[in-house]
Design a protein around this ligand. Structure first.
Ligand SMILES: [Zn+2]
Ligand SMILES: [Zn+2]
Length: 349
């Protein structure tokens, strides 16, 4: 079969290669790849700055944003040929740590977890793949065109789940949410906020392209400009930062509103030289009982929440998040940085 492969830590090594067909084990599904989403993590791996090959191998099959159709399933597994499925990305560490022992491998404490298409196990960027039944999640059949958005949706499903769980600390009836960044994570975070009945405001740096229309069609409000100024106008109860831009993350952490909870989801590059008045920042966080926390990855529970959120969403709206589709032969083009209008690039398998 053909696969999108890379030599981790070697820029320019990305290529479409012929690799052996996968052989399903007794507890595994054999899946025909339908589509693969490409994100910043894949681009970092392609640039040679992230990623680990499987032990004893040079190349890694890239791709963690999966969508496939079951070809064969073990009897009694709850899956059948033709089911639309997504594979969970992370696997618990072998020790396991306390979190992994409880199925919370997204919160792994010792870093010895592995991840499909990222860290030491092959990803889903191939015309077929296998996945253990316990790490497969079934999707509504109506999601064939957009189910590839599942993995980024799990990231925001976890973020919202964490926001709600952390805020069990006191009375919490949020009315207003602010999302910084109208990329796939920001727009999906906004979708889940609207599904919760919140008044959602999305900030992005440009009004070009489909983003303002996508936000408006959710029933949310689109803004450009400064995060600090927007926060002063709307007094958000919840902030989800999805740009990873250091200046925006800092503005989010500085939001001065009693009880505000700020969830950081963007992975930024170290080395920002922004100067910060730490005294003012600390004072505001204390006096507001504010909360700033980070969230990444997802466990099985979040995949189930994400599958429900996607099934409830308008499939036409979700489809508009996919701004480019490429066949596998042209997969390398997906790694060209798109323009501001690009939201999600998908490879058809
Ligand atoms: Zn991703
Ligand atoms: Zn662990």
């Amino acid at each position: 079969m053909r696969a999108l492969t890379v030599i981790p830590n070697q820029a320019g090594s990305l290529s479409i290669a012929e690799v052996p067909d996968p052989q399903p084990g007794p507890d595994e599904l054999l899946v025909d790849g339908v589509a693969l989403g490409i994100c910043g993590t894949d681009r970092e791996i392609a640039e040679g700055s992230y990623g680990w090959a499987p032990p004893g191998r040079e190349r890694l099959v890239l791709g963690h944003e999966s969508l496939g159709r079951v070809r064969t399933a073990p009897d009694g597994s709850g899956f059948a040929a033709g089911d639309l499925v997504v594979g969970i990305v992370r696997r618990p560490d072998p020790v396991p740590c306390g979190a992994c022992a409880r199925g919370e491998f997204d919160m792994c404490r010792n870093g010895q977890y592995v991840e499909r298409g990222i860290k030491q196990i092959d990803g889903f960027g191939s015309t077929s793949w296998v996945v253990p039944v316990d790490y497969a999640v079934k999707l509504d059949p109506a999601l064939e065109q957009v189910g590839v958005l599942m993995e980024p949706t799990t990231v925001v499903a976890k973020a919202w789940d964490q926001i709600e769980r952390i805020n069990q600390r006191a009375w919490f009836e949020p009315k207003t949410a602010m999302v910084t960044g109208a990329g796939p994570i920001g727009l999906l975070a906004a979708l889940l906020g609207v599904q919760r009945g919140l008044d959602v405001h999305v900030l992005d740096r440009t009004t070009e392209g489909p983003k303002p229309g996508l936000v408006a069609d959710l029933g949310a409000t689109f803004h450009t400009g400064s995060a600090s100024e927007l926060a002063e106008r709307i007094d958000p109860d919840v902030v989800i930062e999805a740009t990873g831009a250091p200046a925006v993350a800092l503005d989010a952490a500085k939001i001065n509103n009693p009880g505000v909870i700020v969830c950081l989801t963007g992975v930024s590059t170290p080395g920002s030289d922004a100067s910060v008045d730490v005294g003012a920042l600390n004072r505001n966080i204390v006096l507001d009982n504010a909360l700033v926390f980070g969230s990444v990855n997802a466990n099985r529970h979040h995949y189930e929440l994400a599958a429900q959120a996607l099934a409830k969403a308008d499939a036409g709206w979700l489809g508009r998040l996919i701004t480019r589709r490429l066949p596998l032969e042209r997969a390398l083009e997906a790694f060209d940085p798109g323009d501001h209008a690009d939201i999600k690039v998908v490879i058809d398998l």
